[in-house]
Design a protein around this ligand. Structure first.
Ligand code: F6P
Length: 550
């Protein structure tokens, strides 16, 4: 059955939201708090080790009610059962979207073309488990008999960002293996990583769902050539493994069949870290931790599937984003984790969110007249405070922000933790309340500042406030809580795609540039090939050829 196909702007809820927006758009959230002593409690979801406070948003209880009516009207419930039930909801590519099956318990049953995929999922999980265990405990040796010390993940996009983000996020849980990631076709990337490696003790994990990706194959070939400078062909099977759906191409690259970790077409690249694409995670932190990551994601799946929408974290988070995107017409959203471990979290989310929902054609193939995918960006706090927070506090743009924090540190230094968390709380409070003219003047007076200077500087020191934030406070950063957090965003992406009536799981938008790059590459390599370009590109190419190939 096809996904529901409803233009959200034609729903009753949308119309109601439009007039509701007009009624409350200028209201101060501060005054909502003054008027309703239960607001903070009512607009908070406590689930397992997550405490999600969305009361500092520019909403009332009525907003939430209408947003959830919108979710109902666009058929979210039906779509959710199609998503989890393995229907072909990635209709433009003719595929199921079943990353959720990867974190199911063994006893679950998920049918694809009438066949239960759970047994294969568990076979591959066992393969990951056995292999990572043997690498970590030194049973698997390199070609000169030494244990493996370094692991290099070679992949890009979904075959890089998820594992790289998670490995960094779980650094605290890491074992002795050094993990590296090579993604960019810019040779600097691979060259700098190679400098750190010893071919005798390095394991290379080539991750490419299609095994046709230019960047990954170039990096893999460069690394293999470097490896063969010290080792012979037979040694390749001891040092190269691959994760792919394209078994033929992997074998043609020279990888031993026993060293292939399969994946499936029903797992989208940007949602694939739960599959063998996460092999480098399992190698870095051990299979048990990898499994806990999956368990956390599964718990979030169950929460999303079963919880009523008003207490459903991904649904609320997605609908708030729809509220800002489509009614306040904001262009961007920030994600600010107060954890250095989550340094790559926003980068990771950029692929998930923007590759999925950056679409301008609806499920009928018609041009869309409303806004879809938001731009997502962010950096860890407190560093972000010393970089772009100025604009969030006092700039002209409205930027809803999700603040993610962990109540308990892993390092155990309470002084650092309290300082970090006081900033975490202070920022959302400052964004909410701002600082009035009166408060600025009073502060000047208290410091004995002259009236002249006071008059001059007051406008610059005022903070309007009323900047929306959501606080996601989690007990502790662990493989399980990280799994929950990532899955939360995956489901948020899904909900938004359903509301916007788009297909979230294809990514045709990345194809055009790839095609052109390959024809330009041919042209660079062969002077006899002459392609028609616009004047700008033609000039750039000719300039490049002149100066780069001397
Ligand atoms: O950027 C486009 C894309 O297809 C992503 O969706 C995917 O994650 C990435 O390229 C890498 O693809 P592959 O795993 O097939 O090498």
């Amino acid at each position: 059955m096809a996904l529901p196909n409803i233009n959200p702007t034609t729903t009753k809820a949308w119309k109601k939201l439009e007039s509701h927006f007009e009624a409350i758009k200028n209201h101060q959230v501060k005054s909502f708090f003054e008027d309703d002593s239960n607001r903070a409690k009512d607009l908070t979801i406590k689930w397992e080790d997550f405490y999600v406070d969305y009361s500092k948003n520019r909403i009332t209880g009525e907003t939430v009610k209408l947003l959830l009516e919108l979710a109902d009207e666009v058929g979210l419930k039906t779509a959710m059962s199609q998503y989890f039930g393995g229907e072909v909801i990635n209709a433009t590519e003719g595929r199921e979207v079943l990353h959720t099956a990867l974190r199911n318990p063994k006893t679950a049953q998920v049918l694809v073309d009438g066949k239960d995929v759970m047994p294969e999922i568990y076979e591959v999980k066992d393969q990951i488990k056995t292999f990572s265990k043997k690498v970590i405990n030194g049973e698997i040796k390199g070609y000169t008999g030494k244990s493996i010390t370094d692991v290099v993940n070679i992949g890009i996009g979904g075959s890089d960002l998820g594992p790289a983000m998670v490995v960094e996020a779980l650094t605290y849980y890491k074992n002795q293996l050094q993990t590296h990631f090579v993604s960019n076709v810019d040779g600097d990337h691979v060259n700098e990583v190679i400098k750190l490696l010893d071919p005798e003790t390095t394991l290379f994990v080539i991750v490419s769902k299609t095994f046709t990706t230019q960047e990954t194959l170039s990096n893999a070939n460069t690394i293999k050539a470097w490896f063969l400078e010290s080792a012979n062909e037979e040694a390749v099977s001891k040092h190269f493994v691959a994760v792919s759906t394209n078994i033929e191409n992997v074998k043609a690259f020279g990888i031993d069949e026993n060293n292939i970790f399969p994946m499936w077409n029903w797992v989208g690249g940007r949602f694939s870290l739960w599959s063998a694409v996460g092999l480098s995670i399992s190698l870095a932190v051990g299979f048990d931790n990898f499994d806990k990551l999956l368990l956390g994601a599964h718990k979030m799946d169950e929460h999303f599937k079963n919880e009523s929408f008003d207490k459903n974290i991904p649904v609320i988070s997605a609908m708030l984003s729809v509220w800002y995107n489509n009614f306040f017409k904001v262009e961007t959203e920030a994600v600010i984790p107060y954890s250095q471990y989550l340094n790559q979290f926003a980068t990771y989310l950029q692929q998930g969110i923007m590759e999925s929902n950056g679409k301008s054609v609806d499920r009928n193939g018609d041009k869309i007249e409303y806004q879809t995918g938001t731009i997502i960006w962010g950096e860890p706090g407190t560093n972000a405070q010393h970089a772009f927070f100025q604009l969030i506090h006092q700039g002209t743009k409205l930027i809803p922000a999700e603040f993610i924090g962990f109540a308990n540190s892993l390092h155990g230094n309470q002084d650092h933790q309290d300082k970090l968390m006081s900033n975490f709380f202070a920022q959302t409070e400052a964004l909410l309340n701002g600082k009035s003219k009166e408060a600025v003047i009073a502060e000047f007076k208290a410091h004995g500042v002259s009236e002249e200077i006071r008059k001059q500087l007051t406008p610059f020191k005022v903070f309007e406030g009323n900047k929306p934030t959501t606080t996601i406070l989690i007990d502790k950063l662990s493989p399980e809580s990280l799994g929950k957090l990532i899955a939360m965003y995956e489901h948020k992406i899904f909900v938004q795609g359903i509301v916007w009536n788009i297909y979230s799981y294809d990514q045709f938008g990345v194809e055009l540039g790839k095609q052109l790059a390959s024809s330009i590459l041919n042209e660079i390599n062969d002077d006899s090939i002459k392609t028609v370009h616009d004047a700008s590109t033609a000039n750039l190419l000719s300039y490049y050829k002149d100066i780069a190939q001397q």
